[in-house]
Design a binder for this molecule. Sequence first.
Ligand SMILES: Nc1ncnc2c1ncn2[C@@H]1O[C@H](COP(=O)(O)OP(=O)(O)OP(=O)(O)O)[C@@H](O)[C@H]1O
Ligand SMILES: [Mg+2]
Length: 290
Amino acid sequence: MISYTVWSEAGGIGKTTVSVSLAAAHARNDQSVLVIDMDPQDGGLTHHLGTEDHRKDPEVDNLVRHLVERPKGDFANLTQQVEDNIDIIPSHNMLSDLEQNLNRAAKMEESMHDANFRWPKEKQLRRVLADADIPNEYDVIIVDPPATVGQHLYNAVYATSNLVIPAELSPKGKQSVDGLRDVVDGIEEKLGDIEIGVLGVVPNKVSDTNLQSEYENRLAEQDLPVAPVSIRERGSMLGEAWENQVSIFQLAENDEYRDLRDYEEQTLDKFDQLAKYITEQFEQPTEAPA
Ligand SMILES: Nc1ncnc2c1ncn2[C@@H]1O[C@H](COP(=O)(O)OP(=O)(O)OP(=O)(O)O)[C@@H](O)[C@H]1O
Ligand SMILES: [Mg+2]
């Protein structure tokens, strides 16, 4: 099973855009995909895929209830199909208080066990996915957490073990490039018992390819793999996909929307290549013949 979290500490860098587009690309390669929106903010992935109907209802079952061991129903009922081969677990407003909810649950669980018992707050997403047999149900799991470092990210990291990191390789995105290795190492150190695989840094919103190669060299110095695919500045097409609450692939395929320009179609190819590049990293190397 392929699993990864699309994350960068920089806000607005394209985490959600990359998550949605990669999900759609995997789906078109006959991979069944589950995307999990861990970001409490409005207008994120859940909005993008048109599944925000119940996010404000405090009564409804949602991911947080499962994370704190107080589910109201089957985990499978949290998932909604949005396109062929793509299911989503939508965001819910309770994710805004995830940290407090986990603290409360930990206190409760620990009070019911001996003094040495620790309820691991950061491993709850991994637990609920395993209990629901999700790793065997889907080919690909993608988690979209908020940019902040905290329990959303920690849970995402334990559940997926891998990161795909969108980055703006430009002076403007400088803070998202410099020190990236340290940020990843810092998370590993904090968690203590996990090795995070960086599947690739994905240059996004690229408009100046010269600058991009300069920043790629800086990333190489930090020992981070740069994906062999970069995504160019495509505000118009992405804005339309967002407004219509569909992936860019749906935008291209559905007659309801305008025809894409050739250079826009190329961006779909890029995401297709990126999904394949990620998939290859999970394929077992075949043994050389004796
Ligand atoms: N390649 C691109 N070209 C042009 N605009 C882009 C590109 N990628 C993303 N954007 C735009 O940038 C904005 C932020 O993107 P997105 O929401 O994916 O970022 P994010 O990292 O998930 O943000 P947040 O930190 O708020 O979760 C959106 O308006 C999106 O359409
Ligand atoms: Mg986002």
